[in-house]
Write a protein that binds this ligand. Structure first.
Ligand code: EPU
Length: 419
């Protein structure tokens, strides 16, 4: 099994460019199903999750041509309405194919989606099913397979009792081809949702209110497809910023949108990270004497759950006690046990809350990456730690961070991949 071996303790320096956003691309790819015309996607990150999403398109009968960070998808040859379990099980975002497929084919069969094990049991899809029902679909479940049917979807109203990013995106996409008006309430506000709505609107959709809690979609008969450039990955940018702060390294992060990272930058000001920003870059200057600061993860524009794990590592290097409250997922703090093995002083109060007392020196250790964000946090911990850290199950890291070993080596990190 491939693994990373890291020699910690070096200060890093230089420039690192952010790739296209995984969680934006994973919605634009299924959006290709809405149209019979070819779609060109630019700035696509070269990561495992994107390869898996493109496999699903091919499996449904679509055509895919990938050249570096550009990809053409043609779904005029779509010939299936069933997601293959072996593919859907690898990716939580496989659920994003369901709505567009239903809208285009009138029927879809799919298993429960797979992906990171960060929520209770299998992550639920009840909001999706309720939303599809609100648009006129009939839902049944037999032998582990969901079956949705709707000759013609009809606009409807749906209130999200839990704010959901993919739930919002899925219903927004599905409603684009429904007859009449759909009103979605208590929607998530993430920039990736706005990017998806902007793309669909340039192709003939009529969506208003994306980025606010109420989104209104007036159905249209067809959607064109053209070119879409994926927005920069705010989580990757935030991860690099935390890495720079945790290792007290002067690093410039380019090709990013600091406007999407306001919650992190506001905290950087409080804890003593010195930085400067431009419209598409962020420079971490120094982080000499970090102060502890408690936080709760929150839906956008609050502090993202996807940056919680790197932030926990940062807090092991800060002076004082910080309480980290993970409000979105109930398994995302379990990785802190591995930081404790490296010398961190972390007390788990309950599955949602830990108290970190810092600063503590970390020492290299043998670790296993349980999920994507915990995995990259272990890389950051390994870069801080004295001695050697070995991380296996790095497939989890490759799912979301393209060629991370090569890119970090360019900053001076001593990190090698072994197969
Ligand atoms: N939820 C339900 N029922 C549903 C759907 C969600 O109860 O039908 C719950 C979840 O269990 C969770 C909460 O709602 O407790 C919020 O989850 P959400 O649906 O917003 O998460 P998601 O859409 O599945 C996306 C990202 C995640 C990111 C979250 C929160 C994608 C593909 N995934 O997930 O990204 O953590 O929003 O911002 O966009 C990652 O990139 O590492 C990652 C996990």
């Amino acid at each position: 099994m491939p693994k990373f071996i890291i020699q910690g303790g070096s200060r890093l320096t230089g420039e690192i460019a952010v790739k296209g956003a995984k969680n934006a691309a994973l919605k634009i790819i299924p959006a290709a199903l809405l149209s019979g015309q070819p779609l060109t996607i630019k700035n696509l990150p070269a990561i495992e999750d994107i390869d898996r999403a493109l496999d699903i398109i091919k499996d449904l009968g679509g055509q895919v041509a990938l050249h570096n960070d550009e990809c053409q998808i043609n779904c005029s040859t779509l010939n299936r309405h069933e997601l293959t379990p072996a593919l859907a099980n690898k990716l939580r975002a496989s659920i994003m194919f369901v709505g567009p497929l239903l809208a285009r084919q009138g029927e879809v069969k799919f298993p429960h989606p797979g992906g990171c094990v960060i929520g209770a049991g299998t992550r639920p899809i009840d909001l999706f099913l309720e939303g599809f029902t609100a648009l006129g679909a009939r839902v049944s479940f037999k032998n582990g397979v969901y079956h949705l049917q709707a000759k013609k979807l009809k606009g409807g109203e749906y209130f999200f009792t839990t704010v959901s990013v993919t739930g919002t995106e899925s219903l927004m996409m599905t409603a684009v081809l429904a007859e009449g008006r759909t009103i979605l309430k208590n929607c998530a506000l993430e920039p990736e949702i706005v990017a998806l709505a902007d793309y669909l609107n340039t192709q003939g959709a009529r969506i208003s209110g994306a980025g606010t809690p109420t989104i209104i979609i007036d159905g249209v008969k067809t959607i064109d497809a053209g070119t879409c450039k994926i927005i920069p990955d705010r989580i990757e940018a935030g991860t690099f910023a935390i890495l720079a702060a945790a290792t007290n390294s002067p690093i410039t992060i380019t090709n990013c949108q600091p406007a999407h990272l306001e919650s992190l930058l506001a905290i950087f000001k409080k804890i003593g990270v010195k930085f400067s920003v431009g419209p598409d870059w962020l420079k971490i200057i120094s982080a000499d004497k970090l102060q502890a600061y408690s936080l709760k993860t929150h839906e956008y524009p609050g502090f993202p759950t996807d940056l919680q794990s790197p932030y926990v590592v940062l807090m092991t290097q800060a002076h004082g006690a910080s309480l980290i409250h993970e409000t979105i997922y109930d398994r995302r703090l379990l990785f802190t046990d591995m930081l404790t093995q490296m010398g961190a002083n972390i007390i788990m109060c309950d599955p949602h809350r830990v108290v970190i007392n810092g600063p503590t020196p970390l020492v290299g250790h043998k670790l296993t990456s349980p999920d994507l964000r915990a995995g990259i946090s272990m890389v950051i911990a390994g870069l801080i730690a004295a001695g050697t850290t070995e991380i296996d199950n790095i497939y989890q890291i490759d799912r979301g961070y393209a060629a991370i070993d090569e890119r970090l080596r360019q900053l001076g990190a001593r990190l090698e991949r072994y197969d």
